[in-house]
Design a protein around this ligand. Structure first.
Ligand code: GDP
Length: 407
């Protein structure tokens, strides 16, 4: 029995041996088909790949630009890209700067406005003088006409005397001749020889400093804004100082004027701030920015003469701690006649006025104020305001002015 069991174990061992050998042979065969140590095939070239061509893929020359997708070329209609989910910060639109009109020739453009309001003067004079046989009464009419134009008593007397003697000597009333006399005499009164230039260039390595004074309501702030445009048109670098800290909104008004032509405005954020300190800061900023000229608007509270002198005196002294003042422009409203002349007198005592700006000349027949104010202060009219438009401020030109009066 034991023998039988031994033989059975022998058969099982032989069968297991055969199974192991067969398994080994099978495994060997399978490995042989799949490849043992593999070498990777070379990478497929672009041409071998089945992909859509990028733009320029077929070009013979190597590309020198980054590869663009077909959408980027814009050569086919593509769906719009989905909007960026991120919210971009809001960007302030860059304001486009205005290009102001060149000052030369402005008075020519505006002459019609001057003539429109002052033609009564010229027409009346020409009518009277060419009538012939001028008696005392006629000469009185000439005088009244001149006085009504705010020429002033002194200048009127001079003009009438000169005309009377010419009429007497020449004995003619020919209109062209009379017009020529009138032109000549008015021109002498307006005085074309006066220096009407405005200090607006750097001197001794510092900007020119221009102080603009006048009663509120005369058009002072508007004039500073318009003057900035005149100077920008002359390629000057301008800085504005908003030292009218008493009138609410004056600084905003000035800043708006400056912003339109790219001129910075130095101001205080506080109403009622010390005007002298704003003026000081403006001059300092002008020097640091190496500007050509600093224009300073001031408050024109004509409460009383002492108050005005104190206020302007302080602004002046504080500015002069760092720079001399090159120009003081007095702004007068031409429509206010005698009242304007009284203001001129008061300001003339408070500060050393170097030039006059006559505003609102478009709305008055009182062109004679040019002569009377020049005589009162002994300084020239340098600019005239002839409207509310941004470029309606013109350098004063004696000849163009007189021509407009007698046209
Ligand atoms: P400020 O108080 O002296 O600074 O006066 P503003 O500059 O605010 O001007 C007062 C008003 O006068 C404004 O309505 C201006 O538009 C107007 N104005 C200024 N200059 C002229 C001018 O030459 N002609 C006319 N018609 N109006 C002017």
């Amino acid at each position: 029995m034991a023998r039988v069991i031994d033989q059975l174990w022998e058969y099982i061992a032989v069968a297991l041996g055969i199974l192991v050998i067969l398994g080994g042979v099978l495994l060997g065969l399978l490995r042989g088909r799949g490849g043992g140590s593999k070498t990777l095939p070379p990478p497929a070239t672009t041409r071998d790949r089945e992909v859509l061509p990028g733009v320029g893929d077929d070009a013979e020359e190597p590309r020198d630009q980054p590869k663009r997708s077909i959408e980027d070329t814009g050569s086919v209609d593509t769906l719009p890209r989905p909007a960026e989910p991120e919210l971009l910060p809001e960007v302030e639109p860059t304001p486009t700067l205005e290009r102001p009109e060149a000052p030369a020739g402005r008075l020519k453009r505006l002459r019609a406005r001057l003539a429109r309001s002052n033609s009564a003067l010229g027409q009346a004079l020409l009518g009277l003088l060419s009538r012939g046989g001028l008696d005392e009464e006629a000469w009185e009419d000439v005088e009244d006409t001149l006085l009504a134009s705010d020429l002033g008593v002194e200048a009127t007397t001079e003009l009438v005397e000169s005309l009377r003697s010419k009429v007497k000597v020449e004995g003619t009333t020919d209109e062209a001749t009379v017009r020529a006399w009138l032109r000549e005499d008015l021109l002498t009164l307006v005085d074309p020889s006066m220096d009407r230039s405005i200090a607006s260039s750097r001197t001794e390595g510092r900007p020119a400093v221009v102080l603009v004074v006048g009663v509120n309501g005369t058009g002072k702030t508007t004039t500073v804004g318009k003057l900035a445009r005149v100077l920008v048109a002359e390629d000057k670098d301008v800085v504005l100082g908003a030292a009218d800290t008493f009138r609410a909104a004056a600084a905003d008004q000035l800043e708006t004027w400056g912003g339109r032509v790219g001129v910075p405005t130095i101001r205080s954020d506080r109403d009622g701030a010390d005007p002298a300190s704003v003026a000081f800061d403006a001059v300092k900023a002008g020097a640091e920015m190496e500007a050509d000229v600093v224009l300073i608007d001031t408050a024109g509270r004509l409460h009383n003469k002492v108050g005005l002198m104190d206020e302007l005196g302080k602004v002046k002294r504080v500015i002069e701690k760092q720079s001399p003042i090159d120009e003081v422009l007095l702004v007068l409203d031409a429509t206010t006649g005698q009242n304007g002349l009284r203001q001129a007198e008061v300001f003339g005592e408070a500060v050393n006025v170097t030039g006059i700006v006559l505003t609102k000349m478009d709305g008055t027949a009182k062109g004679g104020i040019v002569v009377s104010v020049q005589r009162k202060l002994g300084v020239p009219v340098k600019l005239v305001g002839l409207g509310e438009g941004p470029d309606d401020l013109a350098p004063f030109d004696a000849e163009a002015f007189v021509d407009a009066l007698i046209d």
